[in-house]
Design a protein around this ligand. Sequence first.
Ligand code: SF4
Length: 336
Amino acid sequence: MKRTRHINIPIFIPHMGCPHACVFCNQKKISGALSIQSPMRVKKILEECFSTTGKNNDVEIAFFGGSFTGIPENEMIAYLELAQPYLRAGKASGIRLSTRPDTITPHKLKILKSYGVTVIELGVQSLDPEVLLMSQRGHTVEDVVSACSLIHDTGIKLGIQTMLGLPADTHEKAVKTAYDVIRLKPDMVRIYPTLVIKDTLLEEYYLTGRYTPLSLEEAIEWCTDILPIYREAGITVLRIGLQDSDTLEGSVVAGPYHPAFGELVESRILYRKLTNWLDMHLKKQKRVIIRTQPQLISKLVGQRRANIESIKEKYRLNEVIVKGDLEDGEFVIEAE
Ligand code: SF4
């Protein structure tokens, strides 16, 4: 049967007893406010979601939030059990989950594999030892390398989540982390610029002047440098920037938050390609026609036509026309 759309059913599993204190995480401070995700509740979420997913979609059950392999084994198995009827009936194609590298063991992987887990996303954040230390992650680079190797041995797909702009991070370290991540051969990555969230240690650091987040402009530039590194290595980038939500917007104290952050990065990548072309080919022409695919127009033009206005000013052009009449390729430029 032809499957048409990929759908994740996200189930947030808070890590209530997490012994760590990552500076960016608010689970400790708000743990009193978090409701335990009881198996009964998860069962209900699954029933509700599967009643609306439709027959032809590729549906994955996604246990996100805390650290799935860090919770007690009996709880982990109880959650996995709830997914089994949907896997057996062919309504779900797999289970994905997020976890910490230092909670991955051969024993736990054996359990995950036997319950049909298809993707494990590791919260790696950085592969720089100082950044890990200053962010109080409580795991080492070696833990990450070992977890990735164990996951590869099982055949379960590997995702790696990274954060940019954590304490002690620099542009150089972030770029090096990207190359080091590629060596770990993940199937997919996520890139999150660090935000200062309410009720975190990072908020205290920020309010007392011990931490300065990246500006939105810096975060866009860092991601514009890093995203193509992954793409050139053939690694799928699932997401750039946290998913916009009412809860997120209300809890961001500072940092490079933008509801369409990924779009801003894609737009900057296209801007760089346009200016590279113009630097090489533009002579004294004053009129430029950019032809592109209809679906790329908004990214190419940029928010509030920022890319076009910037090009006009930089190259002293009288006119820049954008046409969406290309069937493939990113863009073709004609200058006259
Ligand atoms: S981000 Fe860190 S502190 Fe928060 S739940 Fe995960 S491991 Fe624990």
